[in-house]
Design a protein around this ligand. Structure first.
Ligand code: BES
Ligand code: MN
Ligand code: ZN
Length: 491
């Protein structure tokens, strides 16, 4: 979808549809002006409670020649005192869902006029772009039923057009990165393999003047990333470690390390998962998709920071060569791990990657992983699990999450949780009981980060949704990209 910035009054601009925001119990100038143009129709709708302005409500009407816009789409913004960026994004997302249902591919919007001048424009762009996303790469039939948006015109009654255009470009850069993450997660496991992720990173490096190095099997053996190697042993395609570096702050400044779980399919391995729903385990590389998206966005936005993205990637498969329960592996840092469940593979590939990340002397490390089903039990789909060893870092991530709408919720990581991860024959085991499963997984990772400020995001419940949301159709959400960028922007 193209976005045009047009200097025009909403009451004078010709378009197939005009979107305006409406508050609950408050009528702003634009509402009043449209109401007057429509001979009091909007006031009637409000009085009769057909349209109240509550959040997540909308109403589409024809203007029958009384306005230059053929239709008017009213979108609820809730109470004026409660308006924030997230509400604005959701309203913009709702608007595109209604327009999609009505098959109106090009429209104008004045939604941002109801919000804060500085932030509303970006929120409206983001909500519209994220909401209009569809994954239809593999649909070959019924192309005539296919619908996609062509253009959105952002109406600016006056003010600084240049500033608005810059905001639009920033939003487009960010949303393209979210789209990349969604596409990677939605694509099937026979396409998105460890080699595919490596190629994606290499191409990104070429396009954005980043550096990319992919450690192939022999190098992993030489370096001693045995936990990553163990997980990949049952697969036809070899595991890899992808390292992507972006330098927006010169060579002297220490980077932030972003580490993403890249299991391109998680069958569980020898501790095989039940068949029902196993197809969803193509999404087990959502952490790596978030890292790739965030790297692309940071470079595209030219953020003045250094970043290193680290992606351990493998397929977790059962096979004669696969690793087995009872095996003991010596991880990169020398810690020995008894495998008690081959389905607890994420923490294994991450423990090597987190230890490897310390080579870059990062000021902070953030890992993202679809790590545990227990996190879905604990938090459902509304928040990602957050754990770590540095309260300042955790607080910054929480605040970033609130601002961008990708919420996180902290879980404790007390030492006593470690009892569950003690092995009789090795330093650690990779799986404990079901109790506190997200936390024991986080505790396990903590053993490999040393004193570096570190945060772990368990995105098992947030990377994929079975239900459509205003800003994300059902399926991949692209979670993490906007959270990381919001955090990095305000660090
Ligand atoms: N990738 C899964 C976790 C997962 C579950 C992600 C549901 C998304 C949706 C992970 O590798 C896994 O299998 N975890 C096990 C750990 C257990 C064996 C200790 C789990 O959660 O059951
Ligand atoms: Mn697993
Ligand atoms: Zn997994």
């Amino acid at each position: 979808m193209n976005i045009n910035v047009i200097t025009a009054s909403p009451l004078k601009h010709i378009s197939p549809a005009l979107v305006i925001g409406c508050f609950e119990n408050t009528r702003d100038d634009l509402f009043t002006a449209c109401d007057a143009a429509l001979d009091g129709c909007l006031g009637r709708l409000a009085d009769s409670r057909e349209f109240s302005g509550k959040v997540n409500t909308s109403h589409l009407i024809h203007t029958l020649g009384k306005m230059p816009a053929e239709r008017l789409l009213l979108v609820g913004l809730g109470k004026k005192s409660e308006l924030n960026g997230e509400r604005m994004r959701q309203a913009a997302g709702n608007a595109v869902q209604v327009l999609r249902t009505a098959r109106i591919p090009s429209f104008a919007t004045a939604l941002h006029m109801s919000g804060e001048p500085g932030t509303a424009l970006e929120a409206v762009c983001e909500g519209s772009l994220l909401g209009s996303y569809l994954f239809d790469m593999y649909k070959t039939k019924d192309r005539d039923e296919h619908f996609s948006f062509t253009a959105m015109s952002l109406l600016l009654p006056g003010g600084n057009r240049k500033e608005a255009v810059t905001s639009v470009e920033r939003s487009q850069t960010l949303c393209r990165a979210v789209q990349l993450a969604r596409d990677l997660v939605s694509q099937p496991g026979n396409v998105v393999t460890p080699a595919f992720l490596a190629d994606t990173a290499r191409e990104m490096a070429l396009r954005h003047a980043m550096e990319c190095r992919v450690y192939e099997y022999e190098e992993l053996v030489q370096l001693g990333l045995n936990a990553l190697i163990a997980v990949g042993k049952g697969a036809a395609e070899a595991p890899r470690l992808i390292v992507l570096e972006y330098r927006g702050a010169g060579d002297r400044s220490r980077p932030v390390a972003l580490v993403g779980k890249g299991i391109t399919f998680d069958s569980g391995g020898i501790s095989i998962k039940p068949g029902a729903g196993m197809e969803e385990m193509k999404t087990d590389m959502a952490g790596s998709a978030a890292v790739l998206g965030a790297m692309q966005a940071a470079a595209g936005l030219g953020l003045p920071i250094n970043l290193v993205g680290i992606i351990p990637t493998a397929e977790n498969m059962p096979d004669g060569k696969a690793y087995k329960p009872g095996d003991v592996v010596t991880s990169l840092c020398g810690t020995t791990i008894e495998i008690t469940n081959t389905d607890a593979e994420g923490r294994l590939i991450l423990c090597d990657a987190l230890h490897f990340a310390r080579r870059f002397k990062p000021v902070a490390m953030i890992d993202l992983a679809t790590l545990t089903g227990a996190c879905v039990v604990a938090l459902g789909h509304e928040a990602s699990g957050l754990m770590g060893n540095n309260q300042r870092l955790l607080n910054s991530l929480k605040q970033a999450g609130e601002r961008c709408g990708e919420r996180v919720w902290e879980l404790p990581l007390w030492d006593s949780y470690g009892e569950a991860m003690k092995s009789d024959i090795a330093d650690l085991k990779n799986a404990g009981s079901r109790d506190g499963g997200s936390i024991t997984a986080g505790w396990f990772l903590k053993q490999f980060v040393g004193t570096t400020p570190w945060a772990h995001l368990d995105i098992a419940g947030t990377a994929w949704r079975d239900k459509a949301l205003p800003c994300s159709p059902k399926g991949a959400t692209g979670i993490g990209v906007r959270l990381l960028i919001e955090y990095l922007r305000c660090r």
